[in-house]
Structures are given as C-alpha cells and as structure tokens.
Write a protein that binds this ligand. Structure first.
Ligand code: ZN
Ligand code: ZN
Length: 376
C-alpha cells in the first residue's frame, strides 16, 4: 500500500516567495486527505503533479488563519465546477462557528459539506488504518492527527512452503490467512511454519503548530514519520515559547526520545531558509529533513528502506523546475536564471536543506535566490 505526504505549504504564519502556508496532502492507496489548507493551497495543488482533485476530506489542526484561509477559495472553485461529491471537514471544536463566518465568503455550494468536530482521543476507524486525534500545546484549541496502520500479516516464506511440499497456488493464500493446509502428498502444514510474525503497520504523525508536548512524544513513539513544527531556531527559543511553537532543536530532541525513523520539520518562520533549521536539528537527530513545497515524503515500509524525502517529487509538469546543481544536487541542465519561470518560484528540485542565500541578503527578499548545495 503506497503511503506518502505531499508538502504543499511549508512556511509558518505568512507565505514567502518560496513557501506557501501550512498544507500537507496525505495519500494512501487511492485516498487523499488534506491536513490544513493555508492560503493558496488550491493553487499549490494546481501547480503540483496532483492537480486540484476533488478532495473529500480536510483535517484542520486549529483556526489560526494560516491553516484555513485556503478553504473558502477552494470550496468556491469546486462549486464553480459544479462539484457534487460530498466533502467532510474535520477540526477541533469551533469548526461550526468558523464556518458560520466563512459561509458568507464562499456562498452557496453545489455539493454537501459536512463539518465534524473532533477532540483529542477521538479516532476515525478506516478498516486497515485509523486516524487518531491527539492534543498539542499551542496556546489555542489545537490538535494533531496521526495515521496509524493496523499490523500487517507476517512475511510469507515461499521457499519454505515449497520445501514442505505446498504447491504454488491457492493454498499459499490459505496459509497466509493463518490457517493450516493439507498437502497433496499427505500431511499438513501449519501457517506459522511458513508465515512470520505479524509486522507492525506504519505510523505518520502530523502535529500542526505546537510547543514541545508530552502528548506528541507519546503518540510519536516509534513512528515512521513525525512532521513537527520548527518555526524557529534556538536563538529564538523564548519567542517560540511565547508564540506556542517549537525550535528545530526542541523538535529534534523530541524525535530522538520518541525514536521516530524520520523527522520532517515544517512551518518555518520567514527568517529561515531551511539549512540552518536542518543543521540545528541534525546535530541532535540526524534523520531530519526540512522539505520545500512540492517535496514528497515517501513512507516506505521498513523492509523497503523506510521513509525518504523525494525532492521536488510533486512538481507539476507545467512547472519549470529550477536546478542549480552547484554540487550536483540538482542535476539535469536547468537554467539557473531566466527562462520562462517565475523568478520568485522555489528552486523546486533542490536539496531542501542545502539552499543558501545568493544575491540579496534578506532571507525573505523577493529576489533572494536559492543555490543548491549538498547540505551538511
Ligand atoms: Zn501556523
Ligand atoms: Zn497557529
């Protein structure tokens, strides 16, 4: 079962030239769940290889504007298209009240919109996985979401089955289901002779905005992927605490204690590019990435190498992916300057942690360009 995260917006509080506000698309098999919907999320989808698909579920972590302003526009677009497919929006208590106000913005819709308020401790059962709501610590009503898969069947040892005289075919399936089989030459084979112990499912935890929190530490225990707030670096620790956010080092320390496989840092303040956040976190927890918009986190099963960052993995075909390849990180003959692209567009295929300022000094300067580097 494929499972990945498309980072549609990775900036904190305000958009920058390169980063849109919070929005992550979680894809599992054919399902697509949008977690937060910052301003411009519909355009990020359009620009990506995903496209503005008819999402049927949106999960909001809290009601700061940078996490939901993209919804009215997106709903309006769906209505203009004459969409009929129902949509459900989940969020902490306050969702109905929020939509009382937003309704005036997007007007009448052509499709049923269902609002569901969830609280920490709630879980949505989805058959082979569930979505668990957990508390975060952000100073306002806020919560995170964890996608938790059920354990998988153990590994089937084809060679062992053949050696025991089980012919290839339907009997394999019976054994895989945990039942014993009679074999043609006489005798029986028990499931546990050829099927390993059940393997744990995957867990992906998305915090939204938060200070370091015990509840996050608990749910993130041994998660494949923890997507955590890293709005600031340590030099702004006090500010992080005042505003209900985390520093890169705090997120890394939590990831280390929780023994997650991959820490994904997001919601960066506009004063940071990414590399400084990555460096700070990696000193504590090396398995950290700081993706850019349109990067993908592929949540592979442990036996297939585990989760990994795919740089620019969701860049749309219509986008000109900028590649600067100073250290070969970008590769592929991109034109660093000029060409048809928007000069403010992100260097989409670059190393998300290798970007350095080139040209202008202002970290968020409209013409500040990123240069690819191999990263630390
Ligand atoms: Zn935020
Ligand atoms: Zn917030």
């Amino acid at each position: 079962m494929d499972l990945d995260l498309v980072l549609l917006g990775t900036s904190g509080s305000v958009p920058t030239a390169r980063r849109g506000p919070a929005s992550i698309l979680v894809r599992r098999g054919g399902e697509k769940l949008l977690v937060d919907c910052g301003e411009g999320a519909q355009r990020q989808l359009l620009r990506s290889s995903v496209g503005l698909v008819e999402l049927s579920e949106v999960f909001l972590t809290h009601y700061h504007a940078d996490h939901y302003l993209g919804l009215p526009g997106m709903l309006k677009t769906f209505a203009l298209r004459g969409r009929e497919l129902p949509m459900t929006i989940y969020g902490p208590p306050g969702l109905n009240e929020l939509f009382g106000s937003l309704q005036r913005v997007f007007g009448r819709l052509t499709f049923p919109l269902r609002l569901v308020e969830l609280r920490p401790g709630d879980a949505l059962e989805r058959g082979d996985y569930r979505i668990v709501v957990f508390k975060v610590h952000h100073g306002v009503t806020a919560q995170g979401y964890a996608l938790v898969e059920e354990p998988r069947a153990g590994r089937f040892d084809v060679e062992a089955a053949k050696a025991l005289g089980v012919p290839e075919g339907p009997l394999f399936g019976v054994l895989q289901r945990g039942e014993a089989v009679e074999i043609p030459g006489g005798g029986a084979v028990r499931s546990e002779q050829v099927v390993g112990p059940p393997r744990p499912g995957r867990k992906v935890v998305i915090t939204g905005d938060t200070r370091p929190a015990r509840s996050v530490l608990e749910i993130a225990n041994e998660a494949e992927v923890l997507v955590h707030d890293a709005t600031f670096s340590e030099e702004e620790r006090e500010r992080a605490d005042e505003t209900g956010h985390s520093t890169a080092a705090q997120a890394a320390e939590l990831a280390r204690v929780a023994a997650v496989r991959l820490l994904v840092l997001t919601h960066l303040s506009n004063r940071y590019f990414g590399p400084e956040i990555a460096r700070e976190a990696r000193a504590i927890f090396p398995e950290t990435v700081v993706p850019r918009d349109f990067d993908i986190i592929d949540v592979g099963f442990p036996e297939r190498g585990g989760p990994q960052l795919i740089k620019g993995g969701a860049v749309g075909s219509g986008e000109e992916a900028e590649t600067h390849g100073e250290h070969g990180a970008g590769g592929g003959g991109g034109r660093p300057h000029g060409g048809g692209g928007d000069p403010d567009d992100p260097a989409l295929r670059g190393d998300p942690v290798g970007a350095r300022a080139r040209g202008h000094a202002s970290p968020d300067g409209a013409r500040g360009r990123a240069t690819e580097g191999a990263g630390p």
